[in-house]
Structures are given as structure tokens and as C-alpha cells.
Design a protein around this ligand. Structure first.
Ligand code: SF4
Ligand code: SF4
Length: 72
């Protein structure tokens, strides 16, 4: 899945942990590592996200713990 499509489908903005500081979403494929402003784990919507499913990703809290590649 290309990044543009992933940005369209990413549900981070609806997540209780999400803090909007103008960052690029799709933290599971983040190029510049973790979020600089999300730090409290208040739930994660990644399980059930179409990007997660399509890519076969298996981790959560990418914004805080790092991308799929970083968590492997
Ligand atoms: S798996 Fe999580 S970080 Fe990745 S696109 Fe979906 S909601 Fe966003
Ligand atoms: S990576 Fe998970 S915890 Fe972080 S904002 Fe996206 S859905 Fe929420």
C-alpha cells in the first residue's frame, strides 16, 4: 500500500491516545521514528485498521513504541 493511501485509511486521528501536533500520521510506517507529542497509551486503534490488516502488521502503539520495522 502506498503512503498516500495509508494516510487516507489511517485511523490514528480517531484514537484516544492521539495528540495533534501537525505530525504525519501512519506511525506504523513512520520514516522519522516515533511521535514527538503522543506519549500516553490510552488505547490504540491499530488492530482493526485497514492498513494494519493489509500490511500484515502485528504490533500496536506505533506512535509511542516505534514503527512496525522498529518493533520487530
Ligand atoms: S496501523 Fe495504526 S498507525 Fe498504521 S495506519 Fe493504521 S491506525 Fe495508523
Ligand atoms: S499508533 Fe495506535 S495508539 Fe498511536 S495514534 Fe495511532 S491508533 Fe492511536
Amino acid at each position: 500500500m502506498d503512503r498516500k493511501e495509508a494516510v487516507r485509511l489511517c485511523v490514528c486521528r480517531m484514537c484516544p491516545s492521539f495528540v495533534d501536533c501537525g505530525e504525519e500520521i501512519v506511525f506504523c510506517m513512520a520514516v522519522n521514528s516515533k511521535s514527538g507529542c503522543i506519549s500516553k497509551e490510552k488505547g490504540c486503534l491499530c488492530p482493526g485498521c485497514p492498513v494494519q490488516d493489509w500490511e500484515g502488521f502485528q504490533h500496536v502503539y506505533y506512535c509511542i513504541r516505534g514503527s512496525e520495522a522498529e518493533q520487530h
